[in-house]
Ligand binder design. Structure first.
Ligand SMILES: C[S@@+](CC[C@H](N)C(=O)[O-])C[C@H]1O[C@@H](n2cnc3c(N)ncnc32)[C@H](O)[C@@H]1O
Length: 236
């Protein structure tokens, strides 16, 4: 791509983000400030994922959304598949197209594709069907710090999307055990076992959850735990 085109793209994307920010500020849920989450001294997603793979002696790893392979290239596991329609990984396709054709099972699946509630929910359901019985699903970007980092349409460069709504929904499912590790933008963890701390929320459509409610309840809604606790419960 030549320099002129590159700058035009950059300008277009900055313009779009600013336009969306203006739209959210005027028409959408009111900004109530920041949770001031600090992941600075917490383990990285690479460290967490590799620690789980090593502890469980996992043999197969699937990553949904790989981009520059920042995570994918660092994971050490006997079988690795990375799915991304644009760049990185090993297969150039969307997660939906991958799961339609896939018949393999995996020990660890890391979901980090399109960060929008409906897609993340689909990725979780498909991942659970492609998981070995003792397997674990991980998700990136589960703990947004403020309303704009999770707003749809996207209005910030550093954006988590509304992945958190899918975590809250699966926290209400008795068939899976769901946590969020306080590290690296929030790492969702889904165990294929009965829920040990079922969340009771009377809600039919979780896409309508309000950020305000997450802001005041995120510790219990997301079942937030430290990395030390996570590594202890991985085998329990
Ligand atoms: C945040 S990046 C992934 C970063 C990477 N996992 C890491 O830890 O460095 C998100 C990636 O998801 C990809 N993506 C977007 N929609 C997708 C989809 N439907 N299925 C799979 N990947 C998707 C994008 O192309 C992008 O490369």
């Amino acid at each position: 791509m030549n320099l002129k085109k590159k700058y035009l793209r950059l300008f277009e994307s900055r313009f779009l983000l600013n336009f969306n920010l203006f739209f959210h500020k005027i028409f959408k849920e009111k900004d109530i400030g920041s949770l001031n989450l600090d992941f600075g001294d917490k383990p990285s997603r690479e460290f967490i994922t590799q620690s789980i793979i090593d502890k469980k002696n996992f043999k197969s790893y699937l990553e949904i959304g790989c981009r520059d392979d920042d995570l994918f290239s660092k994971i050490n596991c006997r079988k690795k598949i990375g799915v991304d329609p644009v760049s990185g990984g090993t297969l150039r396709m969307t997660s939906d197209n991958f799961f339609i054709k896939n018949s393999e099972k995996f020990d660890c699946i890391f979901i980090d594709g399109l960060h929008k509630y409906h897609q993340v929910k689909k990725d979780i359901i498909n991942s659970l069907s492609s998981l070995n019985p003792d397997g674990i699903v991980l998700l990136h970007d589960c703990l947004p710090d403020d309303i704009f980092k999770q707003a749809i349409p996207r209005c910030k460069k550093h954006w988590n999307g509304d992945v958190w709504k899918s975590i809250v929904e699966f926290r209400t499912n008795p068939e899976v055990d769901v946590y969020t590790c306080y590290a690296d933008q929030g790492i969702g963890v889904i165990f294929n076992r009965k829920n040990r701390n079922l969340l009771k929320i009377d809600k039919k459509d979780f896409s309508n959850l309000k950020f305000k409610d997450y802001f005041y309840n995120y510790k219990s809604w997301m079942n937030v735990i430290s990395f030390d606790k996570l590594i202890k419960i991985v085998d329990l």
